[in-house]
Design a protein around this ligand. Structure first.
Ligand code: FE2
Ligand code: FE2
Length: 241
């Protein structure tokens, strides 16, 4: 089914419940009644086309209108990426941590294995925080400042002061693959840990890790395939002002 502006917002969730994350991160609250996607977006000051393109590309992994994404405001994208960071760090990660803690019961005879997972994940969270903090404190403010310059057709004072030497290429070189370690974590759980006594708990932990991996893949795809090339275009535009 094609996601269109006149589709009911509630039907979109019935079509793909995972799009609830997109709806929340784009800044829309539930309680749609019979309203269409277009009506709900307008009420929430969200650009309908931006919402539809994000929803379509998260729903269908083969759909990714790169050129179209470039036409949307950088601010919208940054807002969405920020809300995703927040959701992952404040909600998803603590949830997985809690599930790992619960697993200690099942693995109490083999504490070393549990310690292995726990330490691996603790180290991973540390890396993830560093990664996202760098984006929040340097990359995103840079993009927003750049966007302001383009809008005002001149280099603003703030831009000259903080970002004159900065460019997106620097970020690109350091933008490491944060999903890789989640894949390793999954493998340790699937292949190497002793069989759990409570497989429900164990499966639920694995399920959360799979979801986290997918979430991070979608997120990095937006950063690598939309944000970075879009910022390169913006940098050129600023140069040619
Ligand atoms: Fe990010
Ligand atoms: Fe990133």
């Amino acid at each position: 089914m094609l996601i269109t502006a006149d589709m009911k917002m509630a039907d979109l969730i019935h079509l793909d419940f995972q799009l609830l994350a997109v709806i929340q991160r784009i800044g829309i609250n539930l309680g749609f009644r019979e309203k269409t996607i277009d009506e709900v977006c307008k009420e929430n000051d969200v650009d309908t086309d931006f919402f539809i393109q994000i929803a379509r590309s998260f729903h269908d992994k083969d759909y990714f209108p790169k050129e179209k994404f470039f036409t949307f405001k950088a601010e919208w994208l940054i807002h969405f990426l920020r809300r995703t960071h927040q959701c992952i760090l404040e909600y998803k990660i603590p949830e997985i941590e809690e599930k790992i803690k619960l697993m200690v019961e099942d693995l109490k005879e083999t504490t070393r294995n549990y310690e292995l997972i726990k330490n691996f994940f603790t180290e991973y969270i540390r890396e993830l925080r560093v990664h996202m903090e760098l984006e929040e404190t340097q990359v995103f403010p840079y993009v927003l400042a750049l966007s302001e310059c383009i809008e005002s057709k001149t280099k603003t004072e703030g831009f000259e002061k903080y970002f004159n030497e900065y460019n997106i290429q620097r970020y690109l070189e350091d933008h490491n693959d944060i999903e890789e370690k989640v894949f390793d974590l999954k493998n340790i759980l699937i292949k190497y840990l002793p069989p759990p006594t409570d497989s429900c708990k164990y499966n639920s932990l694995l399920f959360e890790i799979f979801k986290l991996e997918k979430d991070l893949q979608d997120h990095s795809k937006l950063e690598d395939k939309v944000l970075i090339p879009k910022v390169k275009l913006m940098e050129n535009e600023l140069e040619n002002l």
